[in-house]
Every structure is written in C-alpha cells, then in structure tokens.
Ligand binder design. Structure first.
Ligand code: COA
Length: 652
C-alpha cells in the first residue's frame, strides 16, 4: 500500500507531508501516518520543529466521510490531535486550498497556522448533520472566542484567509511558496517563545445578552435541523466545563449525531450532489472551450444568468430587442454586481473588471464571437424558435446554443437550427446568480461535447448540475406541477392555503407552495393552463380555484393579492375572499370538506413527489433517484436534512 504520510528532515526541521488524493481526507491510513510521524519526530533528537504540509490541491478537507458508515478504526482522530498538541516539538500547519472539518481540527492541534492567500477554513460538519468530533468545539473558542466559534460551527460556512487572520485563526498569511515559508518560519525566532496549547487556555466568557440572542437566532435558522442545536450545546459545554470534560461531551454528541437519520440524509445528499452530474456517455468527452458568453434577454432570468457568468470571470454580451429593454437589463446586472460588492463578495478592482467584461447589444451580429449562447426570452415556442433561427445565422458554426426554457420541447426548438446537435437546455433557477441548481437538458440530437460544455459551465459557475431528459417540466418543474396539483386537490378536499403552507414549513420547507406561487406570480402558470386546456384529458380532475384568482387580477405579491392578501401585511394574510372561493368550489363539486392534518397534507405531497419521481425514472428523464433528490433539495426548497423524496422512499 502507498504510504500517504511521509517525513523528510533537513536542518532540524521535519516536513510531514500528507498525500491522499483527491482531498487528503483523514482516512485510517492518514491518521496512522500522522500518529507515527509524531512518534518518530519526537524520538528524533535532530528535529526541532515539524511542518505539516499537504500535497495536491488542498490541505486536509476533513474526516473521510466514506468511513462514517463503518466501525471507527484506531487511531482515532482526537487521539492523534492530542499527540500533535502534546508533542514537545512544535507543529506548524501550512494551509492551502481548504482546511475543513477534521483538517482544521488537526491545524488547531498545531502550535501555529500559516496559510496561503487562497486558503479557506471551516468546520462544515453541521452540513452533514454533525458537529466537529475531534476538539473543534473546544479548541476553536479558546482561539477565536465563543461567538465567532459558534458562528463557524453552527453556520458551517468557510472563512477566507483574511477573515481567519483577523479572527486570530491563522498566525500569518504567506505570499509565494508556502512550503518554503513554513520551513523558514520553523527556523525563525517565532518559535523561541513558548505558545500554550489551546487545550490549556481559558475560554473568554462572552456578553450574556448577546450570547442568548446569538443562540436564539441560530435555533430559528435551524428550522428543524438538529446539528446546529447540538453545536450550541457543545459551545455551552466549552464555556461551562474544563476542556477535557467538554471534549468528552463533544465526542458523545458527535456519535449521537452520526447515527441520527438527519445525518444519514445529509451524507446521502452530499454524495448525491457529486454523483448526480456524472453521465456515463460523457466519460472522457472534452467540453468545447468557452470564454465569451452570449445571453439573449435581460429580464430577471437573463440578467441573473449574465451576473452569474460575470461573477465567474467570464465575458458576456447581453442581447435585447431594443435600447430601452437593453438598458433595463443592464441596470439589473449592474445592481447585482454592486450588491455583491457592497456585501464584500467582490472587491472594487474585481467589480471594475467584471463591468469591463460586460457589454450589451441589440443586433445579433454582436454574438459573432460568442462561444456559448444562452437564450432566456419569453416562454413561447414561436418566440424561441425565432431567436434560434437568428442565432443560427449570427453565431460561429461550432458555438454551443442553449435554451433556458422551463417547459417547452427543446428538441423542437433545436430544429430551428441547421445543426441541432449544438443545442441543449440549460435550465437555471431564479435568481440565477444565487441558486445552485442547473438542470442540463439533453434533447435526442445533442452532441456529447455540447453537453459536456454545459457541465463545464456549471462547474465554472459553481453550480450543481443534473442531467435531465426532455419532457414537460424536466425533473423539477414536472414534480412541482404534480404536487401543486395535489395541493389544489387538497384545497377542494378541505384544506386552506395557510394549512398547506404551515404543514410544509413545519416539515422544513422555507416556504409553502401557495406563498411561493404568490411570490413567483400566478399568471405564468395560468397562461400555461390555458394553453394546455385543449389537450387536457377530459376525465382528469381539474381544480379551477387558481384560475378564478387570476380572473380577479390576483396574480400574487406583484398585484397586492393572490392566495394571500398583502394590502395590510407584507408577509401576506389569509383572505376570507379566497376561503369563500375555495369552499364554494368544494360545494359546486359536491365535496364534503374534511380538515386535513399536517401529517396528512405532507403524506400526500411527498407521496406524489415519489410517484412522479418513479415515473420520471422509468421514462429515463432522470438518471437516478439521487438526481431527483438533488433537484428537489437545491431547486425547490426540500429540506436538505430529510435527504429528498426518493431517499425518504428508500429508493436512493
Ligand atoms: N471524505 C471523503 N470524500 C470526500 C470528502 C471527504 N471529507 N470530501 C470530498 N470528497 C470527495 C468527493 O466525494 C469527490 O469524490 P469523487 O471525485 O469520487 O466524486 C472528491 O473528493 C472531490 O470533491 P468535490 O467536492 O467534487 O471537489 P471540490 O474541489 O468541488 O470541493 C471540497 C472540495 C473539499 C471543498 C468539498 O469536497 C467539500 O466540501 N468536502 C466536504 C468537506 C467536509 O464536509 N469535511 C468535514 C467532514 S466531517
């Protein structure tokens, strides 16, 4: 077996290097290698200090999640970190890439932490339904204070190296060669003054009002997820108990959480997100290069796609039909970029560079250099085909063309182009610069390298890509249409919109389906229902309550009323008028209304998601049950910690 941890000693400094691709996860072999390295360097009289380095793209990215299902094997990580911290020769961690979870805990066991400017640090265990289990909740507050530690542990977000320096989490940012700098540091005077190990330090008590407010905010954000609450408990322990006791409690909590169904669900989604985007037919297929992107349409979706591409460093040409629409679209993009700058996500130079990468046009000739063009115009077949006919004439013959349609037949759109093999679907979710999901729709004639380009774009934009076949609504919207229909049935059967929405929120959705429709606007679905009216099977149950709302001009928030009334309450209040329409609809069909419990409501919603999901699988629209879960979690607010409908069904 290849030894993943090696030591080389020069001039009294031992360099311990972990090389365990792809992300230097702390497998049993790595833990053993580190334990051996402590013993060997302690025993070697020539060694004065130890530098811990990682080969490849990143520092240790955490425990090996694949080992979580197995019986833990020695040496356990807390013991290894204890050995590092207790060593008489100081250990210096040299961080690059991502120092995450157990990786950051190893670094906290070291006396010093140096990092290169691109490094990011975090304790993301909460995202897997866990808390740090190797001292993170005990050592981190001793280094950065309790509030900052709780934020990192319960929030699970990474911090930049600048932030880490400001917090005191790293001692120094190193420009240039990190290994060289760490070796120099190990020889420097910095090591002459003894530094206390974190376990030996006290925790600074924090302001009790602020502490209570912080805990309450985190509990609220958790929306039914257990691990953020466990993070609070662990930090309360760190405040109240001696370090070794808090450490033992942390381990107990960690093991409880590891067997919690929420953690199993979150681990399922973690791996599902990484497998869902792999299409066997694209193995070894090279994407076409892309640098300049064209986006047709400057509405909310088009402008969002432009912003997503600019934020990823791409050059973008936005095309609109006239000057007025173009300047409105450009303004939307500029506002998004300005917001990103205001929120500290991009600095002033980057903002200027991104603005320089952005141009607008009203003439298709401006797309002559585009490598990839994404169409995001009005959802109408004739309009879209017209756009693609023009694109066919204006673009390079090998430019990749994509439509952002949510429902229309992409194969039919592709026929507007002489070479339909260059057309695929890229279904973004709004706002496109925030939402992580991208459905990559593959019409029958699409070329493999065109499809591969879609996946490469998703990666560049930091999105989770899921392939989907052509059908009405692809994966996500098709499932959503099915369960929205079921929710309409429930209205006729005895529920009110607020009952359904409350049940969904209690289940863990951020928002219920009716509140969501009010936000998105009821008119688009209404137009679609009118289009589908002629082909709808006569024996299919049809609920006309939403049509009645639209006929009254109640299109949702934008008109001040929809399923809810927004005239006096910006969050929306139940409206007696809507209740009247609903109860009359039941009466007109001779349905005796029977109130539905939250469990019954959720049982029906999840049941429909699962049965529609199985149909989608049978038809080959989705590649795997995992793909469906990834779509529902990342595009439709399905609570991540429940793993997705197919996981709940035991299918994934
Ligand atoms: N244990 C086991 N495998 C892991 C892993 C871990 N902690 N972290 C990542 N991997 C695997 C992924 O499954 C993927 O495998 P695959 O290529 O077979 O699909 C591979 O490493 C690369 O990961 P990926 O996420 O695709 O790469 P990336 O460069 O986009 O992101 C990370 C890298 C480290 C930021 C990201 O993988 C991550 O956040 N990992 C989890 C970290 C974590 O939660 N650690 C705490 C564990 S308790």
């Amino acid at each position: 077996m290849i030894q993943p941890v090696t030591i080389s000693t020069q001039n009294g400094i031992a360099a311990v290097t972990i090389d365990n691709p792809p992300v230097n996860a702390l497998s049993q072999a790595v833990r053993q290698g580190l334990a051996d390295a402590v013993q060997r360097t302690e025993a070697d009289a020539d060694v004065r200090a130890v530098v811990l380095l990682c080969a490849g793209r990143t520092f240790i990215a955490g425990a090996d999640v694949r080992e979580f299902g197995q019986t833990p094997r020695e040496p356990h990580l807390p013991d290894v970190i204890d050995m590092i911290e207790g060593a008489t020769k100081p250990w210096i961690a040299a961080l690059h890439g991502t120092a995450l979870g157990g990786g950051l805990e190893v670094a906290l066991g070291c006396r010093f932490r140096l990092a290169d400017p691109s490094a990011r640090l975090g304790l993301p265990e909460v995202n897997l339904g866990l808390i740090p289990g190797a001292g993170g909740t005990v050592r981190l507050p001793r280094l950065v204070g309790v509030p900052a530690a709780l934020e990192m542990i319960a929030g699970g977000k990474m911090v930049s190296v600048d932030k880490a320096l400001e917090m005191g989490l790293v001692d120094r940012i190193v420009d240039g060669d990190l290994t060289q700098a760490a070796l120099e540091f190990a020889k420097s005077a910095a090591l002459e003054t003894p530094v206390e190990p974190l376990m030996a330090r006290d925790v600074a008590q924090s302001d009790s009002d602020k502490w209570e407010a912080q805990k309450a905010a985190i509990a609220k954000r958790a929306r039914g997820q257990n691990s953020p609450l466990a993070a609070i408990t662990a930090l309360e322990n760190a405040l109240a108990m001696p370090a070794d006791q808090a450490l033992a409690k942390e381990r107990e909590l960690f093991f409880q959480l590891k067997d919690d169904p929420q953690s199993l669900a979150l681990r399922h989604i973690f791996f599902a997100e990484r497998s869902a985007g792999k299409m066997p037919r694209l193995k070894g297929v090279k994407p076409r290069p892309f640098d300049e992107i064209g986006v047709i349409g400057g509405g909310t979706m088009g402008a969002g796609i432009v912003a997503a591409c600019l934020l990823a460093g791409l050059r973008v040409v936005m095309l609109e039909r006239d000057d007025e629409s173009l300047s409105a679209g450009q303004e939307r993009v500029q506002n998004t970029l300005a917001q990103s700058h205001k929120r500290g996500l991009i600095d002033a130079d980057t903002l200027t560079r991104m603005q320089g990468n952005f141009s607008g046009a009203t003439d298709y000739a401006a797309l002559g250099n585009a490598d990839l063009v994404i169409e995001a115009v009005f959802e109408d077949m004739a309009v879209k085909r017209d756009v693609f006919t023009r694109l066919d004439a204006a673009t390079k013959p090998d430019a990749v063309l994509a439509t952002n349609t949510s429902y229309l037949d992409i194969a039919e759109i592709a026929e507007a182009v002489a070479d339909p093999s260059r057309v695929s679907g890229l279904h973004f979710f709004s706002p496109a610069y925030i939402m992580k999901l991208l459905e990559i729709v593959h019409p029958p004639k699409v070329a493999d390298d065109v499809l591969a380009t879609g996946f490469a774009l998703a990666k560049r934009l930091g999105k989770i890509a899921v392939p989907a076949g052509v059908c009405d609504g692809f994966i996500g919207n098709r499932i959503m249409s099915a369960y929205r229909r079921e929710c309409d049935y429930m209205l006729e059967d005895g529920a009110l919109p607020q009952d359904v929405d409350a049940a969904m929120r209690d289940f863990g959705f951020a928002m219920g389906i009716f509140a969501m429709q009010d936000m998105a606007g009821l008119d688009i679905a209404w137009a679609m229902r009118k289009r589908q009216a002629a082909t709808r099977p006569a024996d299919m149950r049809y609920v006309d309550i939403p049509d009645q709302l639209c006929e009254l001009g109640r299109f949702g928030r934008k008109t001040g009323a929809g399923w809810y009334d927004y005239s006096s309450d910006p969050k929306g209040a139940p409206d007696p008028l809507v209740e009247g329409i609903i109860t009359k609809a039941s009466a007109d069909k001779g349905i005796t209304r029977v109130p539905l419990s939250a469990d019954e409501i959720m049982g029906r919603i999840i049941g429909v998601m699962q049965s529609e999901g199985r149909k989608i699988l049978d038809e080959g629209i989705a590649q795997s049950p995992e793909a469906i879960d990834v779509v529902m979690v990342n595009g439709y607010g399905f609570p991540r910690w429940r793993g997705g409908p197919m996981f709940m069904a035991g299918d994934a």
